[in-house]
Design a protein around this ligand. Structure first.
Ligand SMILES: *Cc1c(COP(=O)(O)O)cnc(C)c1O
Length: 233
């Protein structure tokens, strides 16, 4: 087993333990391997250890990687900010985008999604802890944005995504993730009957995946614990 393969096994064991502690089935949590800054060899190692879904932040880097890995059946998730001049790269290459926080970006993604591809699967990013400089729609505006994005023909709204500030301890991590879970359930109760597959709560990273799973995350985005500490740019 390679180092990345070992690390993946450890992360899967963390997810399984967190699910047991929360009384949840481990099948209800998807692991997204965040491969930003790492090369194609690292992705191939993770694939060899059974990993299919990969998250990327830097769009040109991601598209280059996808081209070099076309021989593998991978699923690509955009988890970085999307400027309007980059929507075509996202619409043309990714399976998922987690960082939708403006209708204008969603409209461009829908218009630019090639018709031969499946609809782009999207999450609405919510600024759950109110950081003033952060991306994400305010919690009270999330339902309206979900409804507007749901009208777009080439997108499918799957749920919410959050990136809370680091919290000092487990209880504080759970508390902030629980706010996202409550919002997700409130919105799902309204739109669930009309929307198929409003089923994804993308939250939790290397440092807080247990707390996120405790609070109800269905997709954890893990980079460092799988690939190592990222080189500083
Ligand atoms: C980089 C990144 C991650 C992974 O973070 P780690 O702490 O390395 O697990 C998850 N989500 C987003 C949005 C990121 O930018």
């Amino acid at each position: 087993m390679t180092m990345i393969g070992d690390n993946l096994q450890r992360v899967r064991a963390r997810i399984a333990a967190a699910c047991r502690a929360a009384g949840r089935d481990a099948q209800t949590v998807t692991l997204l391997a965040v491969s930003k800054t790492w090369g194609v060899d690292a992705v191939r190692e993770a694939f060899a250890a059974g990993q299919i879904a990969f998250g990327e932040n830097y769009l040109q880097e991601a598209v280059d990687k996808m081209a070099a890995l076309r021989d593998l059946p991978l699923q690509w998730h955009c988890i970085g900010p999307i400027q309007s001049n980059k929507t075509r790269l996202v619409a043309g290459h990714f399976d998922w985008a987690h960082t939708i926080d403006r209708l204008k970006i969603a409209q461009r993604l829908s218009e630019q999604r090639p018709p031969e591809l499946e609809p782009l699967q999207v999450c609405i990013q919510v600024n759950i802890d109110g950081g003033p400089t952060k991306s994400g729609v305010a919690p009270q505006a999330a339902l309206a944005l979900v409804r507007e994005v749901a009208e777009l023909p080439h997108l499918q709204v799957r749920g919410l995504m959050t990136i809370p500030e680091p919290a000092p301890d487990f209880a504080a991590q759970v508390a902030v993730h629980a706010r996202a879970r409550t919002l997700f359930e409130q919105i799902a109760a309204v739109v669930g009957p009309e929307l198929d597959h409003f089923d994804t709560l993308s939250m939790g990273m290397t440092a807080d995946l247990e707390a996120a799973i405790q609070a109800g995350s269905t997709m954890v985005r893990v980079g460092t614990a799988i690939f190592g500490i990222r080189p500083r740019p």
